[in-house]
Design a binder for this molecule. Sequence first.
Ligand code: ADP
Ligand code: MG
Length: 627
Amino acid sequence: MAAETKTGKKKKTAQEFEYKAEMKQLLNLIVHSLYTHPDVFLRELISNASDALNKVRFRMLTDTNVLNADADLRINIALDAEKHTLSIEDSGVGMTKEELVDRLGTVASSGTMEFLKQMKEAGKALDSSMIGQFGVGFYSVFMVTDEVVVETRHADSGSKGYRWTSSGEGKFTIEEIDKENRGTKINFKLKKEHKDFSEEYRVKSIIQKYSNFVDFPIHIGKEEVNRVSALWHRKKKDIKEEELHEFYKFVSNDFSPPLAHMHLSLEGAVNFKALVFIPEAAPSMFLREHLEKSLHLYSNKVFIQDDCKELLPEYLRFLRGVVDSEDLPLNVSREVTQSSPAMTKINNILTKRTLKFLEDLAKKDKNKYEKFYKNFGPIFKTGVNSDFTNKDKIVELLRFETTKTEKEELTSLQEYVSRMAEEQTEIYYLSGEHREAIERNPKLEYFRKKGIEVLLLSEPSDVFIVPSLNEYAGKKIVSIDKADLKIAPDEDKDGDKEALSENLSKSLIEIFKKTLADKVEDVIESKRLVESAATLVVGKEAMDQHMEKMMKMMNQDYEGSKKILEINLAHPLIKNLGKRIIADENDAVLRNSILQIYEGALLIEGSLTSPNEFVSRMTELMVEATK
Ligand code: ADP
Ligand code: MG
């Protein structure tokens, strides 16, 4: 199959080779199906050059006879925007003739071969939707050119130079050439429609996108175009703080220094390095935008994609930085990278490490942790409902204001439980719009008097998350908005705080029920009120009232449940009403007072919908009182 041609001054033999059948299919596919990502060719060529440089660097550790041992390890790119040519040259390990035949004459990855075989066996034709199933490698260059010339000389001291030429259409030739230095130079003229790849700005921007962290300098003419070093590959102790900040700026576009960072280098079921930052502040619009942002993904310092959502669960997407894994092959198709088993493993490990990191941060630097929590808590907390495997760890990381903390000061459930008195069997919370509003809620009266701590939930996501916790450390987590609290009645009532007699209480409650009719679910005696006459609570199964209000905001048609009115039988007003029923059950003042008590409780909950009636009834009562 060899054919002879004449080259250069010396007569040399150019041997001609046929590609194997699969190779032809593959080439055809690349040229005709990959048009949407032509710029990956440069990433592939640079990544090959970088591999070759790594190989020679490694070889030099043991072999003192390497060709051009003193040569700089670097990549040179030469562009001619007029002739529309591009060349990329490296001082790497080069290729022997056999390697040229083997490596550039067959499909490199065995996975690709396997895939093609399967397709053939299944009798299926290849189409563009399948191209993403394999990495393209060197052959991606045929997306942008009709003919490639590769000149190479292996790093062995006795090696010869060779020129490999192919138009990617079934044949390639190899001939011997004079080449002084080791390494490989790839040369081609761009197709008309891709001539912009011979323009410096274009090539630079592609390098900055894909190859900025490649370990070897990439030069275009005299200029070194990749100046950022891949920090995550360095040892922790060798990285300076300024470098970290600089790098953080680069990956996050955030110009203030990060709050904290985590640097991982893991080997095991999956190998990867990660350099991950917690931003100092939540960017504005954060809640809406966070879903689109994530870590950048690299494969051995070569950029694969930014905002790779599969690397982290949604509730951790406030993190910025990079993950670099050689276990994820370069690939044109994001879908393939995203669904690979290695990706799932990285996600799992990264999640666990991040939670551990946050746990340590909370212990080591409470201030920093609280800063993080205030900024990113709303998104972080949602992990409780979305990450079942790590739920317990996330719960430990939750923080709350309580009746025993100052405003803005936060406490954990663990700390809450450690402060509980022996007889307290449940963890209590109350939610509302903001701390002041919650603190005014009469439901807190009993707890305040008895010194029982109550979590005060005003952050909107807490309102949905805390009810779903159910329990912590074997203690039920309950809203004090509910009717059936396991609290002891308030016994220490002095003389004039004596409650109504049992009989009278029963009749009064009956009158309340009759008067309010279907406005309420029930009327019951309150164990928790101290100063107030009445309050509205919800049944065991119902949502608490603040949560219900938020549901109504989200869904206009949402009805909500009927409330239970709790009345304080020791309150002077209630006792006076008791006296009134003895006189006249149908007394107008009695009836109006009951309605007023009910609507007053609604008003405090922020749920009063008929202020006009409320005020006119109040006026009537005042007229009566001022007679
Ligand atoms: P991969 O990089 O995944 O092996 P490629 O198609 O990109 O697949 O490259 C095929 C092979 O060609 C490489 O494995 C390498 O042996 C060889 N090769 C390509 N470019 C170079 C280069 N610049 N220097 C030395 N060898 C190279
Ligand atoms: Mg490659």
